[in-house]
Design a protein around this ligand. Structure first.
Ligand code: CA
Length: 225
């Protein structure tokens, strides 16, 4: 994997790069937001490890700019703060996953592998519910004629709900399918992702396709809401 590490704490950046290289990956390091953005926008990376607190531009600004440019490279965001509003800001900016400092290096490697696996997932046929359509081959989502920008996680959750439309999926089922059984994920992470997903596929269109079954989980209406 070719990985870009954007982290201004030089010691941490160096340790990450060394560990990733020892794990067989190719690594570039940038120490500021603007340098990171330039490298990410021009380099052929399979994944980006992006710190939130950076000089120049913060991680969420870097990520948002990349997504606005149509760059869908998987982004794993590093946050020093584990608070929900920061996670939401990170996910809203288009990051695919986040890890709170301090984290274990093995955990970082596992998350990167999972992100890469998903972004390289094999093509399958289009799935739809009403006018909500997913094209898994190109990882694109549409509501009618309108294309919707989704993060990798949001896409995977929506794909799962769509392929099993009408069924209630528990948070544990969603964790198992979308997070590959990673064990230290708390189930409220799913609620955060579902909230951002709704804000993209339902709210702007005045729809209610993704239903909450209180205390149980989520269900997608087969008619697309
Ligand atoms: Ca930092």
């Amino acid at each position: 994997m070719r990985v870009l590490v954007v982290e201004d704490e030089r010691r941490l950046a160096g340790m990450l790069a060394q560990g990733l290289r020892e794990a067989g990956h190719t690594v570039d390091i940038r120490y500021t937001g603007p340098d990171g953005l330039l490298a990410a926008a021009t380099g052929p990376y399979d994944a980006i490890v992006l710190d939130v607190m950076l000089p120049g531009l913060d991680g969420t600004q870097v990520c948002r700019t990349l997504r606005q440019q149509g760059n869908q490279v998987p982004v794993l965001m590093l946050t020093a703060r584990g608070e929900v509003p920061d996670r939401v800001a990170g996910l809203d900016s288009g990051a695919d996953d986040y890890l709170s400092k301090p984290f274990s290096f093995d955990e970082l490697l596992a998350r990167l592998r999972a992100l890469h696996r998903r972004s390289a997932a094999p093509a399958t046929a289009e799935v739809r519910a009403g006018d909500l359509v997913l094209d898994p081959a190109r990882r694109r989502a549409f509501r009618g004629e309108t294309e919707i920008d989704l993060s990798a996680r949001e896409f995977d959750i929506l794909a799962l709900l769509l392929t099993r439309a009408g069924e209630c999926l528990t948070r544990y089922q969603i964790l198992d399918e979308v997070w590959d059984g990673e064990t230290d994920i708390r189930s409220n992470v799913i609620d955060v992702h579902v909230a951002t997903l709704r804000a993209k596929v339902d709210k702007p269109f005045g729809r209610h396709a993704i239903e909450t079954l209180r205390g149980v989980g989520y269900r997608l209406r087969p008619d697309g809401g």
